[in-house]
Design a protein around this ligand. Structure first.
Ligand code: TRP
Length: 340
């Protein structure tokens, strides 16, 4: 891969944990923005497997999901020639820097993390130290690459704030070492909620698969999930439907698929029965996901191609990451290994 021009673009970095199934919420909240921003940034897109093991995973499933998620990044339109795509554990500098950053992160800070509190409640039989220090690993992911912009959902804002605090703390203690990254939080309105409980965010790791739309759901499953999605006791679309959580969420989904707004979708379908609108929504969804799924299956059937991209991504990432890591080691007083 040639260096030069591409390397001067500002850096955008993001990651998704290979757990559950990539859902429409991930596409709208994250992957779509990655694709849109890739012209102006050098994108670093990571399958964060080391984060995923903070919750118990079945080894064979985790292995498959790492490749499957990488293939879905590509199917969504991330250009592997212009971006760096890799699996987190392939670049050992992530684990190495995270240890150092653990020593610059206070327990008081980690105690305040809402994701830790939520996850400890959900996995109360396995509240491990990794789950607790998870934000220091995320800070390492970001700070290793001198990242400018981190597109994340609102639920990750707290982790990003902590990353900035850690970076500033380190920079102030020694001398400027890390770029302090900016968050990029996509506009509200395009938040996709659970299909069965519209007050809850659509989660890719939900136990009930009727709650989310997987990007890989086949057409009959997509149709069934939309048919079963909760609405309210009314029967027809009105302009006010956008304010009703269930039907409002379906209007949002339709608007996202058709580059519109929930308000104009409500206008378009005003007076129509919910069941009719749901049929149209299902058609839109099937048409939207079809080219994505075709591309995905093509990539997955050529493992040599896929692992080639991931290997190349990891090589490039290692080069970038090791520059930051050796600076860090030097500043804190670790002895550099002998050159020969
Ligand atoms: N913690 C993020 C999440 O659960 C995933 C993540 C790990 C991440 N490392 C990252 C996101 C670095 C952005 C940048 O969604």
């Amino acid at each position: 891969m040639d260096a030069g021009k591409k390397d001067r673009k500002p850096i955008l970095l993001s990651g998704i944990q290979p757990s559950g199934h990539l859902a429409l919420g991930n596409y709208v909240g994250a992957m779509r923005n990655w694709v849109n921003l890739q012209e102006d940034y050098l994108g670093i897109f990571i399958v964060v497997d080391l984060h995923a093991i903070t919750v118990r995973q079945k080894p064979a499933d985790l292995r498959n999901r790492c490749l499957s998620f990488a293939a879905q990044y590509l199917a969504a339109g991330i250009d592997p020639e212009e971006n760096v795509i890799f699996i987190q554990s392939h670049v050992p500098q992530h684990a190495e820097l995270s240890w150092v950053l653990n020593c610059y992160t206070y327990m008081g800070e980690l105690n305040r993390m809402t994701q830790f509190k939520d996850k400890s409640k959900r996995h109360d039989d396995n509240i491990n130290a990794g789950l607790y220090s998870y934000p220091a690993l995320m800070a390492a992911d970001i700070l290793l690459y001198q990242t400018d912009l981190v597109p994340v959902g609102a639920d990750q804002k707290q982790h990003l704030e902590l990353t900035r605090d850690i970076a500033n703390r380190f920079n102030n203690t020694y001398s400027p070492t890390f770029k302090v990254p900016e968050p990029f939080i996509p506009k509200a309105g395009a938040r996709i909620m659970s299909l069965q409980d519209a007050d809850k965010k659509m989660s890719k790791s939900d136990d009930n698969e009727n709650n989310y739309i997987s990007l890989l759901d086949p057409p009959d499953v997509l149709r069934r999930k939309i048919k079963r999605a909760v609405t309210d006791s009314a029967r027809e679309i009105t302009p006010d439907s956008v304010n009703s959580s269930g039907i409002g969420n379906l209007l949002t989904i339709y608007s996202v698929l058709n580059d519109s707004t929930p308000e104009s979708v409500a206008q378009k379908f005003e007076g129509q029965m919910y069941s009719n609108f749901k049929g149209e929504l299902a058609d839109s969804l099937v048409a939207f996901l079809e080219p994505f799924q075709d591309k995905y299956h093509k990539i997955m059937s050529d493992k040599t191609y896929l692992t080639g991209i991931l290997d190349e991504g990891a090589e490039r990432a290692k080069y970038m990451a090791s520059r930051t890591l050796s600076k860090v080691h030097r500043k804190i007083g670790l002895v550099a290994p002998g050159r020969k």
